[in-house]
Design a protein around this ligand. Structure first.
Ligand SMILES: [Ca+2]
Ligand SMILES: [Ca+2]
Length: 358
């Protein structure tokens, strides 16, 4: 695409990589549709995404939502918005579905003495499909160059071997919006990145060496780990887990793992829920802030994601341990020893009370 001089008059452009006729279609479980966004020079706002597709599943659209994400050139989330499946109102109807969004200013960079340069961006559309709900997205092979990939935001995407392009179009405008129309939802910020534990003034309790030696998911059960040497009066403030989620067809924002904090006498100190959405499909450290609660010198944490074949969390473990402090179970009263001694990559962070001023 050749960058044109910035237009003087208000202009709306449809960015596309297809000729309007479908050459095939796909629904992507645990993945999504990436298309590259190449804006002309100048300042632009994204105002609509158009998806050529057809919904499958129940006759009436499910109450679920799908996600549109604006990503940078490294496929990291800049902003995202949720949209109802009901946009695809009629099951099996192939159409160019307009998805209006509140105007979103697209990032640019200023090169000295030149026009505003648009940044390379990607749009991702993810339907989180299952066998009973999903949207087939059309693809087109009229363009010899491929501007499409498969994957989810914040994950390394996969190339498309057949070099086709998703029939996902993006409408941009150069006239700044006066006022966003109501009822279009809102663009959201991605979840905040991890806060380094030492900068948060916390003491780290851990049993693992930071290098994974394997991962496991357990049906209807989860990892339990015992921590020792918490200082007198310490408050548990945060957990950090190394893992990833799997499966599709569930809403990670409203699907939870239960956690239990308990002492050596199995007395419950705190319990709560961890949203699956903290985990991605690629393993990484996940930060779980807790309501700070006082713990004894030795205490345990059990996490039960209620996993099954289509929904769960892989927890990683470390085998380079002198003495294992880990078990697995459904709840504190129902834990079992592991077949081999290892320690889960689960860490606890405690606040220590400051000495009272004299
Ligand atoms: Ca075509
Ligand atoms: Ca290790």
């Amino acid at each position: 695409m050749i960058a044109a001089a910035p237009p003087a008059a208000p202009e709306t452009i449809v960015l596309k990589h297809d000729d309007g006729s479908k050459d095939g279609e796909r629904s992507l479980g645990a993945s999504g549709h990436f298309v590259k966004l190449q804006c002309p020079q100048g300042k632009w706002w994204l105002s609509e995404v158009r998806i050529y597709g057809a919904r499958y599943g129940t006759p009436e659209p499910p109450l679920d939502q799908f996600t549109i994400t604006l990503c940078d050139n490294e496929f990291k989330t800049l902003k995202y918005i949720k949209k109802p499946y009901s946009i695809f109102s009629e099951r099996g109807a192939w159409r160019d579905y307009p998805v209006p969004v509140p105007p979103l200013e697209l990032p640019t960079r200023q090169v000295a003495g030149k026009e505003l340069e648009p940044l390379a961006l990607w749009i991702n559309v993810a339907f989180n499909p299952s066998s009973t709900k999903g949207v087939y997205v059309g693809y087109d092979n009229s363009d010899l160059e491929c501007f499409s990939k498969t994957g989810l935001p914040d994950h390394t995407p996969a190339e498309i071997p057949d070099k086709y392009n998703w029939m996902i179009r993006v409408v941009i405008t150069n006239s700044p919006p006066q006022q966003a129309p109501v009822g279009l939802g809102e663009w959201l910020e991605p979840r905040r990145p991890l806060v380094p534990w030492d900068k948060a003034g916390l003491i780290e309790l851990k049993n693992d060496d930071g290098e994974s030696d394997g991962k496991q998911s357990m049906g209807a059960a989860g990892p339990a780990v015992r921590f020792q040497n918490a200082p007198e009066g310490a408050k548990l403030a945060r957990l950090r887990l190394y893992g990833s989620r799997y499966g599709s067809g569930y809403d990670p924002e409203t699907t939870y793992a239960d956690y239990y904090v308990y002492d050596d006498g199995l007395r419950l100190i705190q319990t709560g829920r961890i949203p699956y959405a903290l985990f991605t499909y690629q393993e990484r450290w996940v930060d779980v802030p807790l309501k700070p609660v006082q713990v004894p010198g030795a205490f345990s944490v059990l996490i039960n994601p209620s996993a099954h074949q289509y929904k769960g969390i892989y927890f990683h473990y470390d085998k380079d341990v002198a003495a294992a402090h880990s078990k697995y179970g459904r709840m504190p009263e129902e834990t079992s020893d592991l077949e081999e001694p290892w320690d889960w990559m689960i860490r606890a962070y405690v606040e220590v009370p400051k000495p009272a001023a004299q």
